[in-house]
Design a binder for this molecule. Structure first.
Ligand code: FAD
Length: 417
């Protein structure tokens, strides 16, 4: 394997794997401390040239945001002389030799940050089966196109679609499944201006939707889904998926022309190559400093790590990855200066779930919020979190100013001006 260009054998860099939440915020934190950080360069390795901001995907699905505003070019974020971007797919990590294997050569590291996220839990399926998901901007666009097709087909057939064609099944009622079900119901039942005859089914293994979330949000989300006439089936898992068919583990079979997978994440198979401890779902175990036990120069975070690693469970989410990135950056700096490392303590700021259109349900620092106010609050957080001033302005424009201008125009047209 070739050595990545620009790497001198003496000066090994800090290598960050993954250009998602954990990777981007760790890189930003390290680059902002460059003065203090007199040590080697930072290399961010990502298979995609974009930082995909997943919490904005629902806006893309709902056609309220252009896809370009939900992903940001990594080269514009890592645009420092101390940091460089390498577009490559990570294939393995040799913790002992301190080498990462990629499809574009090996990279040696001094400190390594694993922020590669997780992979979808595999569901047994036949080759003919097609699953939709919300795991990337491209997947959201594919799903949005399918929902548009369904809307048009319903209009053309005047509501007389065959049962399989009109049924949409969403597997997994965690936050992503609930927001997808509510958004699709909103598009088909409210935006289309018709009581569409589509059947929307939400399937969840746990006894209730949003497992692990506060009772109020579970109760109110369930009430909204009922209002949207979403058929919620809890306490049953999916055994197998075939073309337009779902086999449930309670023995029932469902026919659905559109099947969306929101069934949770597991660790990536490449995590096994490190030789570090992993949990039953393949996630990496870390210590309180977010290091892999036995590999003190390797840190991991976000969806890559086990949620049960800490004294209290830490949810998988952008909020956790963001907080962990700060601790990891701080600990790499401290380790290079031979100072004490900081322990990671998760601070729960709240829970927010979008429930179709410009509405959400939220519990922020114990304060309940709902409707448009909760949606605005969530978008405010997203605008604050996206990297770069220009991106913040573009996003504010796309989410707030453009729709306001459009409403104003519609109002004037109605008034005949
Ligand atoms: C639709 C949706 C909505 C969400 N909404 C919210 C929300 O509102 N609030 C919230 O807190 N959380 C939300 N989440 C969860 C949140 O986005 C994730 O928990 C968060 O992105 C985890 O960050 P991460 O850095 O661990 O992984 P990711 O952000 O997934 O980043 C992993 C990166 O690694 C790259 N990668 C993976 N494998 C390889 C490889 N082999 N080689 C090179 N690169 C690789 C990927 O391309 C990606 O860029 C949402 C998730 C989804 C899917």
């Amino acid at each position: 394997m070739e050595l990545v260009t620009g790497q001198s054998p003496k000066r090994k860099p800090v290598v960050i794997l993954g250009g998602g939440f954990g990777g981007v915020y760790t890189a930003q934190c390290l680059l902002s401390c460059r003065e203090r950080f007199r040590r080697p360069d930072i290399i961010l390795v990502s298979r995609s040239p974009y930082f995909e901001f997943k919490p904005l995907f629902i806006e893309v699905l709902g056609n309220r945001l252009t896809p370009e505003l939900a992903r940001f070019r990594l080269k514009n974020i890592i645009n420092s002389d101390a940091g460089s971007l390498k577009i490559a797919t990570v294939q393995g990590i040799d913790g002992k030799r301190k080498v990462v294997a990629t499809d574009r050569g090996e990279i040696q590291f001094d400190h390594l940050v694993i922020a590669l996220g997780g992979g979808s839990v595999p569901v047994p399926m036949t080759r003919q089966a097609t699953l939709f998901s919300l795991e990337s901007v491209d997947e959201c666009i594919r799903l949005r196109e399918r929902v548009d097709e369904l809307r048009q087909a319903a209009r053309k057939s005047k509501g007389k679609l065959a049962k399989t064609q009109r049924t949409i099944a969403i597997i997994g009622a965690g936050p992503t499944g609930v927001e997808a079900a509510a958004e699709i119901a909103n598009i088909l039942r409210v935006d289309a201006g018709m009581e569409s005859k589509h059947d929307i089914i939400l399937i969840e293994t746990a006894k209730h939707i949003l497992p692990g979330w506060s009772r109020r949000l579970r109760r109110e989300s369930a009430a909204i889904l009922r209002k949207y006439k979403v058929d919620v089936r809890t306490g049953t898992g999916v055994k197998r998926v075939a073309k337009s068919r779902i086999y449930l583990d309670n023995g029932m079979t469902l026919s659905a022309g559109t099947i969306i997978w929101c069934g949770g994440l597991k660790g990536l198979p490449l995590y096994e190559s490190i030789g570090a401890a992993i949990d039953k779902s393949g996630h990496l175990r870390v210590n309180a400093f977010l290091q892999l036990p036995g590999f003190e120069r390797i840190f991991a975070m976000g969806d890559a790590i086990s949620t049960k690693t800490f004294s209290a469970p830490v949810p998988q989410g952008a909020q956790a990855a963001y907080q962990q990135a700060k601790v990891v950056a701080h600990n790499i700096l401290n380790a290079t200066e031979e100072k004490r490392l900081r322990r990671f303590r998760y601070v729960e700021l709240g829970e927010i779930v979008p429930v179709g259109g410009r509405r959400a349900l939220a519990q922020v620092l114990g304060v309940p919020l709902s409707g448009h106010l909760a949606w605005m609050f969530e978008k405010g957080i997203h605008i604050q979190r996206v990297p770069g001033w220009l991106n913040k302005i573009r996003l504010f424009n796309g989410l707030v100013l453009d729709p306001l201008a459009q409403r104003g125009e519609e109002y004037l047209q109605r008034k005949g001006r």
